[in-house]
Design a protein around this ligand. Structure first.
Ligand SMILES: [Fe+2]
Length: 257
């Protein structure tokens, strides 16, 4: 992997995405949102790996970042949703798209396999078991970079009050917080998507992603961008949300020690 190969893959990625031109402007917005997300995840990835990886390894990490959500375009075109539970696993779909379009033809087979595995694992509830240290490293990196940028995307939606139903996975606007969501966060667990009932639940799930963050630079970005405070600002202030907010802050404090 080198700079030139990454440029070529970026070009092929752009060409691939340009096929997705939808007549409804609101639908096209969702395609554009995922296109921008792909490049923004690359930027976040560069920040995380700055002091950690260089050369070939840094380009592998950036390729994973660029391609991690390539399944989203077909998913949206076919199902008009980003909810995997209502359609199909977008990571698995992405791996098929990469293979069908030969996007990694110029990458040697060992690195190609690593890239595909990290993409496959990027959205799973847990890290894979029985994988190589190298595979785990790239999987953890993409999981961090992805979350850092999703916080940017959702906060933009929440503060514009645009109520993008697709970003909100079609969840209820009721202010209720589900008990299962509360319990998982208080146990420092990442909340399962299947337990979401309301947009507030989804915001709490997003706050709880801190328990699944792996690298120091990611915690620094969370603090700099004030992601947790800004999410909390959009939530109703109830005893449960206050408790969750303080739980998450004390976890973040532990991490920076
Ligand atoms: Fe994804």
């Amino acid at each position: 992997m080198n700079q030139q190969l990454l440029f070529n893959i970026q070009e092929q990625f752009d060409n691939y995405v340009s096929q997705f031109s939808l007549s409804d402007p609101e639908e096209q917005q969702n395609i554009d949102l995922k296109y921008q997300h792909s490049y923004q995840v690359c930027n976040k990835m560069k920040k995380i790996i700055d002091d950690m990886l260089e050369g070939k390894e840094a380009y592998i990490a950036q390729t994973i970042a660029l391609l991690h959500d390539i399944g989203r375009f077909k998913q949206y075109q076919e199902y008009k949703t980003f909810a995997d539970a209502k359609s199909e696993d977008h990571a698995q779909l992405g791996v098929s798209v990469i293979k069908d379009n030969d996007l990694l033809a110029t990458v040697d087979p060992i690195n190609r396999e690593l890239i595909l595995k990290a993409i496959q694992y990027h959205n799973k509830p847990y890290l894979p078991e029985n994988e190589s240290e190298e595979c785990l490293l790239y999987t953890k990196l993409i999981r961090d970079a992805d979350k850092l940028d999703i916080w940017r995307v959702v906060l933009k939606e929440y503060t514009n009050q645009s109520d993008n139903n697709t970003v909100n996975l079609g969840l209820s606007t009721a202010e209720k917080i589900s008990d299962a969501v509360y319990q998982q966060i208080m146990a420092e667990e990442v909340v399962k998507y299947e337990d979401l009932e309301t947009i507030s639940d989804f915001k709490l799930l997003q706050m709880g992603w801190v328990f699944d963050i792996n690298f120091g630079p990611s915690f620094t970005i969370i603090k700099e961008k004030e992601y947790i405070d800004r999410l909390y600002d959009t939530l109703p202030k109830t005893p449960a949300t206050k408790e969750i907010y303080s739980k998450i802050n004390s976890y973040l404090e532990q991490q920076s020690r």
